[in-house]
Design a protein around this ligand. Structure first.
Ligand SMILES: C[S@@+](CC[C@H](N)C(=O)[O-])C[C@H]1O[C@@H](n2cnc3c(N)ncnc32)[C@H](O)[C@@H]1O
Length: 185
């Protein structure tokens, strides 16, 4: 198993910077994801951190849907679980602690969100291949990377790796401070 390079990974100690009212205003999960996620779906939030998006995704999939929230850091998952319980959403959110080089879930999903995390993954080729293996037919992946941290060139390389893994680019939604790409199987 490959070890996570801790200098690349955003520590759980920054959880508040990732999930607070200002962040949710800048990156409003409903505006960003509302078009792609429907009631009853099974969706994956990979590199979920403290769950800014997982919580909103759980509301979008409704009582009959499922959110699989995956992160390397158990502390991030614990923060998310506490929020889910407080909001009564715990029956829709399934947390999973992954390895740096393997997501390791077995359910097939309709939609995957990889928000501000692909640049932290040690082997993006293997990572994107695994995502392809998890998507249902016509399943979609939204990759969002921070402009302040990931150059346009590095972002384009990631999208090329995603193409080679079998994903088809669809569109580039406008997301503040970010480069983004929606892809489909
Ligand atoms: C910058 S945070 C973003 C969190 C969340 N997606 C958001 O936008 O609020 C990146 C997260 O990805 C997780 N991460 C990094 N590499 C990962 C990997 N290989 N597999 C799963 N999670 C990973 C980190 O632990 C961290 O919680």
């Amino acid at each position: 198993m490959q070890l996570a390079d801790s200098s690349r990974v955003c520590s759980w100690k920054h959880a508040f910077a990732l999930d607070n009212p200002i962040r949710r205003l800048i990156h409003d999960p409903k505006k960003i994801l509302g078009e792609y996620i429907k009631p009853g779906q099974t969706v994956l939030d990979v590199g979920c951190g403290p769950g800014t998006f997982s919580i909103a995704m759980a509301k979008m999939v409704g009582e009959s849907g499922k959110v699989i929230a995956v992160d390397l850091q158990e502390e991030m998952l614990q923060i998310l679980r506490e929020k889910a319980v407080n909001l009564g959403l715990e029956s829709r959110i399934f947390t999973h602690k992954s390895d740096p080089d393997r997501i390791g879930v077995s359910l097939k999903v309709d939609f995957v969100l990889a928000f501000y995390m692909v640049h932290e993954v040690p082997d993006s080729k293997a990572f994107l291949k695994e995502i392809v293996s998890l998507l249902k037919p016509k399943g979609k992946l939204l990759i969002v990377e921070p402009k302040f941290h990931v150059s346009a060139t590095a972002f384009e390389k990631t999208i090329e790796v995603a193409r080679q893994a079998g994903l088809r680019p669809i569109c580039r939604p406008k997301i503040r401070f970010s480069n983004s790409q929606l892809l489909s199987l």
